[in-house]
Design a protein around this ligand. Structure first.
Ligand code: NAP
Length: 280
């Protein structure tokens, strides 16, 4: 982890103020000099404007006004964005959060920019993203700026690019898996006659507190499991059901399956973007 860098002197352009772009605007506004946001539809632009951003349709102008450029469009819109900012992003930090597209696929087309690839997750909306930033041979000052920017949105991990598919399977899709597990626990209590609204909050509190406890004790999760497992008690009876249904194998399988799908999609997307940028 690097020292926190004051970002108040930097203007940040968010090219593509959609779901993740809007979450980024909300997280960084007030901590940077200015936020510039682009979109095509009136609705996108007025939403960005309401959040205090300078809203523009022109990506070239947004890039020229900014010190740091974040690209947050869908992969099939990326080639156009790269063509539009080509020549306007020279000497600047460009960060892509576009899933599937390799850092080098962009960096080769913007050789005068310092290109980073980051993968935030949906929890950016509450500034609790678990963001991976692809590591590389970067200038330490640039790394401090990029890390500080993403720390405004949550936690940051520098990871090798080969990890990104599994990271996406675990941390990107993870909130969906955890939401399913939470729903299952709630339904169990409802089937035993407890009211859903109360139980739902109780399950969320238990999950949050258990995550906090595990991170504070910083030991293997089995330590907490053993603490609450009394001989012949309630927990061991529940654990026996988990074991008989192969819950750990299922959890391992879902991460493996979504990582593999992430790799397939990533290769497909990267090839598509690379082909579309052949003339650059
Ligand atoms: N959502 C997430 O949690 C998440 C997490 C990590 C990474 N990502 C990545 O972030 C990217 C965006 O995802 P999203 O979920 O935010 O999608 P989204 O809601 O569809 O946002 C994409 C935005 O790009 C804008 N856009 C498209 N073409 C444009 C252009 N030529 N110039 C300016 N703006 C343009 C669209 O604006 P208009 O609607 O006005 O056309 C739209 O608001 C994807 O590559 C995704 O892989 C998303």
């Amino acid at each position: 982890m690097c020292l926190f860098q004051d970002l108040s002197q930097y203007s940040i352009a968010i090219l593509g103020a959609g779901k993740i772009g809007t979450a980024i605007i909300k997280a960084i506004t007030g901590n940077v000099k200015q936020v510039i946001a682009t979109g095509r539809r009136d609705e996108t632009l007025s939403r960005a404007e309401e959040l205090g951003a300078l809203a523009l349709r022109d990506n070239s102008r947004a890039a020229s006004l900014a010190d740091i450029i974040i690209i947050s469009v869908k992969p099939y819109h990326l080639p156009r964005i790269i063509k539009e900012i080509n020549g306007y992003a020279n000497g600047k930090i460009v960060i892509s959060v576009v899933a599937g597209v390799k850092r080098d696929t962009i960096a080769r087309r913007l050789p005068e920019s310092r290109v980073f690839r980051a993968m935030p997750n949906i929890n950016t909306v509450i500034r609790m993203s678990t963001t991976a930033i692809v590591s590389g041979d970067y200038d330490a000052a640039d790394m401090a700026i990029v890390e500080s920017l993403f720390r405004l949105m949550g936690s940051v991990y520098w990871v090798p690019e080969e990890w990104i598919d599994t990271w996406t399977g675990l941390v990107g899709s993870g909130p969906a898996y955890l939401a399913e597990i939470i729903d299952g626990l709630v339904l169990g209590a409802v089937s035993m006659g407890l009211p859903r609204d109360v139980v739902y909050k109780a399950v969320l509190d238990t999950i949050k507190a258990t995550a906090e406890l595990l991170s504070r004790i910083d030991r293997h999760p089995a330590v907490v499991r053993d603490e609450v497992t009394t001989p012949a008690g309630t927990t061991i009876h529940g654990l026996k059901v988990l074991e008989s249904r192969g819950i750990k194998a299922a959890l391992m399988d879902i991460v493996e399956a979504s990582s593999k799908r992430g790799r397939e999609l990533g290769e497909e997307i990267d090839r598509m973007v690379d082909n579309a940028l052949r003339d650059l």
